[in-house]
Design a protein around this ligand. Structure first.
Ligand SMILES: Nc1ncnc2c1ncn2[C@@H]1O[C@H](COP(=O)(O)OP(=O)(O)OP(=O)(O)O)[C@@H](O)[C@H]1O
Ligand SMILES: [Mg+2]
Length: 600
């Protein structure tokens, strides 16, 4: 795979290198060159500590490998201001940045900021998660001499037990230093490398008992040197545990050894969008295909933001195709820089990747709309094959990239490509690449922009929009199931493989009328009342639909149906086999006693 090949980018001019010679805690970009001359640029952390899995040594090594001596977001941010106060609208205080790099006051601020995030996640569940995590390792001194989980997996497991276990998203967490991952999966250390990033490698592994294949991201704890690095690592895991969306990669299991954390994820066999783009005629997509992909991205981003999570590193490399089929779905990956946020909260950490970073991130005051900017950049890239502001390994110096981004300076050029692109597509890009985030659409607003709506409607007309009557029947029957049976369906739903849920995916999309990635009662009513009326079941009343809705909703406090809640209800339409039963049993048999006790 092209994504595994690291090439030297000696021709890339880096005039900011003087400003950005590797310093303590500073991560620099590694460029992975693709065939059309653009190169993949890994993400950057200004303060080092916010990129969880990086070290100065790793940074220097990468710098040496790529022939660059610095750059990226840190460079973009560091040259922004000549002394405005940290977080002021005029720019990020470079002295503050240096203080952060040296472990000064800004680091402390950052750290408490992160800790409060963790506690808010904790309070969202049981309230104790964050407290347990926040203190234990700060007092431990040496991270490598420890008796309990570095990232607090033990507390997470305890909290889940207190919660009643299976009602949350079923991500199995192996007790730290418990069963080694090598006992469960083949290929953890030797399997084919699917990709690699700043945090380590991602390998293809095989579940020994079932033969099912997964992707395992190995995070080397030796590379995490600061408390904030650990916090970000916890945040990545918390966030992935929380997510349940068809366009977001699913975290299946978490293991911890003395030196590594392993994230077992759903396997995406279709490769990175970056590589697929390279394979297109003239290195760009058609409008129809671009709209199909952007629609899926926005659906995932809208969902993410609705859960109070900001991704902060959306780029071509962080969207994978589920399979190699031409109509394969996209999956968002890599929550290594993601963060929980409160609405209205201002973020200040300059993190991201140069070619998709938003101007307000460089300035050091931003919110979740930085993700929308990145989608605008991606749309431009998908339609033309070139990044609007540079920063993708091209000849332009980083200073120029920075200036282009801050000024929102891009052109629909070259004419031979853009003359063939509709005005509506250009309007879409113009709307997303607005430098003032206040005037940039939210993900939901962006979904409603004409260009996307029109392509989406065209696809809807081509595809049958009626629900499969068997699925309607399954949903109706589901409400009669006992709680125990519903619970088992829920557990089984998390063991299904992409090919087993392909059909339900289409039905889910029909029910998700507003593109939120979840099903609301209103949309369920709209679709079910119409469909059942047209089918053999006869008309369903609104009350009956409400009963179905309530039966599907595992968490009664939620106002929507999640992707896997829907799969659980439609399970009778999937071909469940021995592999699923085995995986489900393993999930329930947390203590490996060979028995599962279910308390409902
Ligand atoms: N679930 C998956 N299935 C297949 N390949 C994957 C999967 N997850 C990650 N990869 C591959 O591994 C690469 C690195 O993964 P990821 O982005 O999560 O790691 P990272 O170290 O955080 O990267 P980055 O340097 O972008 O921060 C991806 O770009 C992709 O090529
Ligand atoms: Mg990545």
């Amino acid at each position: 795979m092209a994504c595994n090949i690291y090439l030297k980018v000696s021709s890339v001019e880096q005039p900011l290198s003087a400003l950005q010679t590797p310093q303590k805690g500073l991560v620099v970009a590694t460029d992975r060159v693709s065939t059309n001359g653009t190169s993949k640029t890994d993400n950057i952390s200004l303060h080092g500590e916010t990129n969880s899995h990086s070290t100065p040594a790793a940074a220097s090594a990468q710098s040496a490998n790529t022939g660059t001596s610095g750059g990226g977001i840190s460079a973009l941010a560091a040259c922004t201001s000549t002394g405005g106060s940290n977080g002021s609208d005029t720019g990020l205080d470079t002295r503050g940045s240096e203080a952060a790099l040296a472990g000064g006051p800004t680091t402390t601020l950052g750290a408490s900021d992160e800790r409060s995030d963790i506690s808010s996640i904790g309070s969202g569940t049981t309230g104790s998660m964050g407290r347990g995590l926040g203190t234990s390792h700060r007092s431990s001194g040496n991270l490598h001499k420890r008796a309990s989980s570095v990232i607090g997996l033990d507390s997470m497991i305890d909290n889940r037990r207190e919660e009643g276990g299976l009602t949350a998203n079923v991500v199995h967490m192996e007790v730290p230093f418990g069963k080694p991952i090598e006992e469960v999966y083949d290929g953890v250390q030797t399997g084919p490398v699917l990709g690699s990033g700043i945090s380590g490698v991602v390998r293809l592994v095989t579940h020994k008992a079932t033969g099912v294949k997964y992707a395992v991201k190995c995070l080397d704890l030796g590379l995490v040197e600061t408390e904030e690095g650990l916090n970000q690592l916890r945040e990545e895991i918390f966030i992935m545990c929380q997510l349940d969306h068809p366009n977001i990669v699913r975290l299946e299991e978490v293991y911890e050894s003395h030196s590594e954390i392993y994230l077992v994820q759903e396997l995406c066999l279709g490769g990175e969008l970056f590589d697929r783009l390279d394979e297109q005629p003239d290195y760009h997509y058609t409008e129809a295909e671009c709209a199909r992909l952007i629609k899926q991205m926005l659906c995932a981003v809208r969902y993410l933001h609705s859960k109070g999570i900001i991704h902060r590193d959306l780029k071509l490399e962080n969207f994978l195709f589920s399979s190699s089929a031409p109509d394969s779905e996209l999956k968002m990956i890599d929550f290594g820089l993601s963060k929980h946020f409160q609405y209205g909260e201002i973020q200040q950490q300059a993190v991201g990747t140069p070619y998709t970073v938003a101007p307000e991130v460089i300035r050091g005051r931003y919110d979740e709309r930085c993700d929308i900017w990145a989608i605008g950049v991606i749309a431009f890239l998908l339609l033309s094959g070139d990044p609007p502001f540079g920063g993708c390994g091209g000849p332009e110096p980083l200073m120029e990239v920075r200036s282009n981004i801050l000024n929102g300076a891009f052109e629909f050029e070259p004419a031979e490509i853009w003359d063939l692109v509709s005005d509506k597509a250009k309007e879409f890009i113009n709307a997303l690449l607005v430098t003032n985030p206040k005037f940039r659409p939210t993900a939901m607003d962006a979904q409603k922009i004409d260009w996307l709506k029109e392509w989406s409607n065209r696809t809807k007309c081509e595809n049958d929009q009626t629900l499969n009557p068997n699925v309607v029947r399954a949903l109706v029957n589901f409400k009669e199931f006992s709680d125990m049976r519903k619970l088992l369906c829920e557990v089984l739903s998390f063991t299904l493989l992409p090919e087993q849920i392909k059909d339900l995916r289409k039905e889910f999309e029909t029910l998700d009328t507003d593109g939120s990635g979840e099903i609301s009662l209103l949309s369920l009513k709209q679709v079910l009342v119409t469909n059942a009326g047209a089918g053999s079941l006869g008309a369903l009343t609104e009350e009956e639909v409400e009963d179905i809705f309530n039966a599907m909703r595992v968490k009664k406090t939620e106002t929507t149906i999640r992707w896997h809640e829907f799969i659980a209800a439609g399970l009778s339409q999937c071909e469940v086999d021995d592999r699923n039963l085995r995986l489900a049993f393993d999930r329930l048999d947390n203590d490996h006693k060979g028995v599962s006790v279910l308390l409902t």
